[in-house]
Design a protein around this ligand. Structure first.
Ligand SMILES: NC(=O)C1=CN([C@@H]2O[C@H](COP(=O)(O)OP(=O)(O)OC[C@H]3O[C@@H](n4cnc5c(N)ncnc54)[C@H](O)[C@@H]3O)[C@@H](O)[C@H]2O)C=CC1
Ligand SMILES: O=C(O)/C=C/C=C(\O)C(=O)O
Length: 486
């Protein structure tokens, strides 16, 4: 079928072929609430087929020389680059991100995910060290079938962030994309095929989490599970994985702090603080708890409100739009529940505070809470919408205590012009990633993941290979064949 004039298959991609299901589910666009596709609703049957196809595809792919794997990955990246306009248009219609962000950064990042892990594979440095004349030689061996489960908020970018290192390591993949934004995964399947990836090495099963997703994670032939999504879903996946002792990697929710010290560059800090509304706040990393030194508090608040009031909500395809819609009406209602509960607890709305009905109710107004009572839910739970809180602090100790005061530990942002303070505070904040005087600067060699309830394990660079591959050490005694060495 056609979405934004692009031909997109709504069937699964299994063993190099399109496969239908008896049942379908509706894919609704967040732009106008229209049903844009009826997508195959996979069940245990399709998961069994896909895992079997991956197992079979793995036999040859796992033995394919790294240079050849890297070549195919670069070809996939080139396919993504070639089809950038289509991928951007379809994902914007499907999930609601700004079209210009898709074109400028998200689709290029998806291609970069493949280029990066292809290059990483080619340059993989194999540790080799000696123990009393014995040589230890470390190898990353292909592991088998990898199950990938991804969320709706950044479907193409987050799926390729996992698919690329999994394929690079020699594994075969079964991807279950989120049911709220399933379409670019289907286009990606076409791209992998055009790039020459052999049948069965990459499979996509569409469907609902509790049905197709649950069947995939409990499958005994799955060798790895990598999941990005909510902390709540992670618990049921961990329980399923426990039955087969399947190794898992989780990238989960967050409630990241944004610390502005009294020596910070105020304009820089405000620019990044307002940026936390990007993608209508549907970003796991979003630093939604603004913690500002009391001396800067009033100036920060005034400047923040001025900048945030200038943001334009609208159609994400319009270049003048800064903030697009939320993913679904249910999600708008969920965000509003958090906001109304906060108001009920006595938090004061300094900005926004409800859906933008003038735009049809799928947009939520950028919202800022001040004077929030200690312990309020809005300071603790991930809203996953354009809702920020602002709290003052008096000294570094209080800032650190507030920053660490949730069950999450995904990321943090620190704004200060004092290097020593940045170093000291970074050491004490519990988070997988800390940005100092910047935000969302990503290098794919860096470890990425969350502490506490924000994740299990790290991906990125060697950490991805350590997870997706079977790491093996070969320890060899000195040879007595006259050739020397071990
Ligand atoms: N740490 C990170 O890198 C990121 C984390 N996220 C987190 O993702 C969440 C938002 O995404 P959602 O799609 O709402 O999360 P979700 O947890 O509801 O769903 C994520 C995926 O899991 C599947 N799923 C649901 N129940 C399942 C089950 N029982 N078994 C197997 N699979 C199941 C869904 O179909 C979907 O594909 C937020 O909490 C956000 O913070 C989002 C992006 C990045
Ligand atoms: O850069 C990454 O690998 C992950 C980024 C996460 C998001 O973009 C998100 O949650 O939206």
């Amino acid at each position: 079928m056609k979405v934004e004039d692009v031909e997109v298959s709504t069937e699964h991609w299994i063993g190099g072929e399109r496969v239908a299901s008896a049942q379908v589910f509706d894919d609704v666009s967040p732009i106008d609430g229209a049903t844009i596709a009826e997508v195959a609703r996979g069940s245990r049957r399709e998961i069994d087929l896909a895992v079997a196809a991956a197992k079979s595809g793995f036999q040859a792919w796992g033995r394919t020389p790294p240079q050849e794997r890297a070549r195919v990955l670069h070809a996939i990246a080139a396919g993504i680059e070639r089809r950038l306009p289509e991928l951007a248009a379809v994902e914007t219609r499907d999930a609601g991100p700004l079209l210009r962000a898709m074109q400028r950064s998200v689709v290029p990042r998806a291609a970069h995910n493949f280029h990066h892990f292809a290059d990483h594979l080619s340059a993989l440095e194999v540790p080799d060290f000696e123990t009393r004349g014995h040589r230890n030689h470390v190898r990353w061996e292909p592991s088998g079938v990898v199950a990938l489960i991804t969320p709706w908020n950044a479907p193409l970018m987050l799926a390729t962030w996992k698919i690329a290192p999994a394929l690079a390591s020699g594994a075969a993949v079964v991807l279950k994309p989120a049911e709220w934004s399933p379409l670019t995964a289907s286009l990606l399947a076409d791209i992998t095929h055009e790039a020459g990836l052999p049948p069965g090495v990459f499979n996509v099963v569409q469907g609902l989490g509790e049905e197709a997703g649950a069947a995939l994670v409990r499958h005994p032939d799955v060798d790895r599970i990598s999941f990005t999504g909510s902390t709540q879903t992670a618990r049921s996946i961990a329980a399923a994985a426990a039955r087969n002792l399947t190794p898992l990697s989780f990238e989960l929710g967050g409630k990241s702090p944004f610390l502005v010290f009294d020596d910070a560059d105020l304009e820089l800090a405000v620019t990044h603080a307002v940026g936390q509304y990007d993608h209508a706040g549907q970003v796991c990393l979003a630093a939604t708890r603004l913690l500002v030194h009391r001396r800067l508090y009033d100036a920060f608040l005034a400047r923040f409100l001025e900048r945030a009031r200038a943001l334009r909500q609208g159609d994400p395809r319009d270049p003048a739009t800064d903030i697009g819609p939320q993913i679904a009406r249910e999600h708008v209602a969920r965000i509003d529940r958090f906001v109304q509960t906060a108001i009920g607890r006595g938090a004061r709305v300094a900005l926004g505070g409800g859906p933008n009905e003038e735009l049809g109710g799928l947009h939520y107004r950028p919202t800022l809470f001040v004077d929030v009572p200690d312990g309020a839910e809005i300071l603790q739970e991930e809203v996953f919408g354009p809702v920020l809180t602002l709290q003052p602090f008096d000294d570094d100790e209080e800032a650190i205590a507030l920053a660490n005061g949730t069950r999450y530990g995904l990321a943090a942002a620190i704004f200060t012009q004092d290097r020593a303070r940045a170093e000291r505070v970074s050491q004490r904040i519990v988070a997988g990633t800390i940005w100092v005087n910047c935000f969302f600067v990503r290098d794919l060699r860096a470890p990425f993941g969350g502490a506490r309830q924000s994740g299990v394990g790290r991906e990125g660079g060697n950490w991805s290979f350590d997870f997706y591959a079977d790491v093996k050490n070969v320890c060899t005694a000195p040879w007595n064949d006259g050739a020397g060495g071990s």
